[in-house]
Design a protein around this ligand. Structure first.
Ligand SMILES: [Zn+2]
Ligand SMILES: [Zn+2]
Length: 91
């Protein structure tokens, strides 16, 4: 039997941000955070560029490919025709 006190010890929702491992008590709180946190940038150890967390894994695993690179004049803009839009990791 659960008394009233022990009920409050149980979490209804338990999730962690895949980017920073912060813990969240609700899906909404985590969703809001992921929108913000996924847009933060981390420096890539390979190319020293700052890469958004949402695409960091893609970038790193594809030899520093950048699926949503801004148009630059001094660099060859490389895209694979079939790659399409990068799907967010957190849905
Ligand atoms: Zn986070
Ligand atoms: Zn890189």
């Amino acid at each position: 039997m659960l008394d009233h006190q022990s009920i409050f010890l149980f979490k209804e929702f338990n999730a962690f941000c895949s980017f920073c491992n912060e813990e969240f008590a609700s899906a909404k709180a985590m969703g809001d955070h992921l929108m913000m946190c996924g847009n933060k940038t981390d420096q890539c150890p390979n190319c020293r560029k700052y890469v958004r967390r949402a695409i960091f894994a893609y970038h790193y695993e594809n030899s520093c490919a950048n699926p949503d690179a801004p148009t630059t004049d001094d660099q060859t803009y490389q895209t694979e025709p079939h790659s399409g839009k990068f799907t967010a990791l957190f849905y």
